[in-house]
Design a protein around this ligand. Structure first.
Ligand SMILES: C[S@@+](CC[C@H](N)C(=O)[O-])C[C@H]1O[C@@H](n2cnc3c(N)ncnc32)[C@H](O)[C@@H]1O
Length: 179
């Protein structure tokens, strides 16, 4: 059953909405306090370039630009409805010049310019993505994931907010063996 209804809607938020899933992960937005914790763990600061893989309504990219000084943010989502919403939200928040939202499969995206990557996906999607992240990203890039980890690649830090978790990793120097 579609990977247990996508892991009971990304580990049990009170599924506010349950719409037809497009792509590998259902749409469940990250709550504002968890967005802020993701910014904090990812040390998002002026000059950063943030990519949110599976960006939903664009909230992570918009927050990184508007509140933390990121110079550029790119959100990638396979669902055109989300991309439209994200663009509308960026316009409303006055960050369209720095925020770009692309309708694309995240597994086919080039995110190599990122200095911070954010994720709210699923455990098996994170595992499929891990070698691509390690191949594309520069050493020192931070990867922040809401809720799900990367299997044997242990996070540097995990913060709990009630029942939710936020994990962070730093891309190691090229050639480092990551399990
Ligand atoms: C759990 S939501 C997270 C949204 C946003 N990142 C947040 O934290 O609020 C996951 C998003 O990933 C998108 N998605 C699922 N599979 C995808 C894929 N293969 N490529 C790009 N986006 C995908 C969904 O459309 C959905 O908007």
């Amino acid at each position: 059953m579609r990977i247990l209804l996508s892991l009971a809607a990304l580990a049990f938020p009170m599924w506010a909405q349950f719409e037809e899933q497009v792509g590998d992960v259902p749409y469940v937005p990250t709550p504002p306090e968890v967005v802020e914790q993701m910014m904090k763990l990812g040390q998002v600061k002026p000059g950063d370039v943030i990519y949110d893989l599976g960006c939903g309504d664009g909230r992570l990219v918009i927050t990184a630009i508007k509140r933390h000084g990121a110079v550029k943010g790119v959100g990638i989502d396979i669902n055109p409805v989300r991309v439209k919403e994200a663009n509308e939200n960026a316009a409303k928040e006055g960050v369209s010049a720095k925020a770009k939202f692309i309708e694309q499969d995240l597994f086919k995206a080039d995110f190599s310019e990122a200095t911070v990557v954010t994720l709210y996906l699923l455990p098996e999607v994170n595992l499929r993505l891990k070698p691509i992240l390690l191949q594309q990203l520069k050493p020192g890039t931070r990867i922040v994931s809401h809720q799900f980890d990367m299997g044997e690649w242990k996070p540097e830090k995990t913060v709990e907010i009630e029942w939710r978790r936020v994990h962070v990793w730093t891309v190691p120097p090229k050639g480092t063996v990551v399990k």
